[in-house]
Design a protein around this ligand. Structure first.
Ligand SMILES: Nc1ncnc2c1ncn2[C@@H]1O[C@H](COP(=O)(O)OP(=O)(O)OP(=O)(O)O)[C@@H](O)[C@H]1O
Length: 268
């Protein structure tokens, strides 16, 4: 694969504020097995940060640590510190439901609720008390669907089931659902892997638009996708963060031989 081809779309963007997420010395275990080894990383607003690396290197495990999604796995244990705006998300006073609204998640396979399009979006704001009455809720639903680039396609069929939409529309619905509760960070775990190239291109465009407002972290198996959508790239290998930096540097001028080997397709 041509490295120059990978780097063409990558922009150099410098952070303008303190990191949104600061992770320091994070290790994640499943029982006795260490899946992530002492990873430190900063994630910034107005950046898309891509996690790349061979299968099983721990990308999803580390992503899930960022909003305590690993809490749902009985054998999983997290060591180290992960701060959101300077606050340790693993401290005992942290409200995990609130945390997952602030740090939303979009999964590999679109997973709309088996409810109407409207309800898919309205559910979160309602339980988080974000709307005073129907008018405000309607406005949140419309705004979220607009930001997710889906409004024009669904505005006349809000009462239809979310599961009746196409795969790409369902994924944008899931992004709208995450946006509806006013998140600060959106974690995406291979959000395009179940989509065709046209739906993938739409999601990538959307990710670029959303970047202005949120910190976005995306796990991807596609180096072309990382090069197209991200400004920062983190390369993981065997549970270690091998290299983290500007996407343009990672793909054209990596510091580490392992990164070079991976991006040139020598393994993975
Ligand atoms: N629920 C679990 N219980 C036990 N081990 C797990 C669990 N989830 C992941 N692992 C292990 O942790 C390691 C990292 O897995 P993870 O899914 O985070 O990697 P990944 O880089 O996201 O892989 P892929 O690209 O294939 O999705 C692997 O060895 C995997 O087998």
């Amino acid at each position: 694969m041509e490295q120059t081809e990978l780097a063409t779309a990558a922009q150099r963007v410098e952070p303008t504020s303190a990191p949104k997420i600061h992770a320091e010395g994070v290790s994640v275990y499943y029982g006795d097995k260490k899946a992530i080894d002492h990873v430190s990383i900063d994630v910034h607003t107005e950046h898309v940060t891509a996690f790349i690396g061979p299968s099983g290197c721990g990308k999803s495990t580390f992503l899930r640590a960022l909003n305590r999604m690993n809490d749902t796995i009985a054998s999983a244990r997290v060591e180290g510190v992960i701060e959101l705006d300077g606050e340790d998300i693993y401290n005992s006073g942290m409200d995990v439901v609130q945390l997952r609204a602030r740090v939303g998640m979009v999964f590999q396979k679109p997973n709309p609720f088996p409810k109407s399009i409207y309800e898919n979006i309205a559910y979160g704001p309602r339980i988080h008390g974000l709307a005073q009455g129907k008018g405000e809720l309607d406005a949140i639903v419309e705004k979220s669907l607009q930001r997710a680039g889906l409004w024009e396609e669904v505005k006349d069929r809000l009462e239809e089931s979310g599961t009746a939409l196409s795969g790409g529309q369902q994924q944008r619905l899931c992004i709208a659902r995450a946006i509806a509760v006013d998140p600060e960070v959106i974690l995406m775990d291979e959000p395009c892997s179940a989509l065709d190239p046209i739906a993938t291109a739409k999601i990538e465009e959307l990710i670029d638009e959303l970047r202005g407002r949120y910190a976005i972290v995306i796990v991807t198996h596609s180096m072309q996708q990382a090069a197209r959508v991200s400004q920062r790239t983190a390369f993981f290998h065997l549970g270690n963060l091998v290299e983290y930096g500007h996407t343009s540097d990672i793909f054209t001028n990596p510091r580490e031989q392992k990164t070079q080997d991976y991006i040139t397709g020598r393994y993975g």
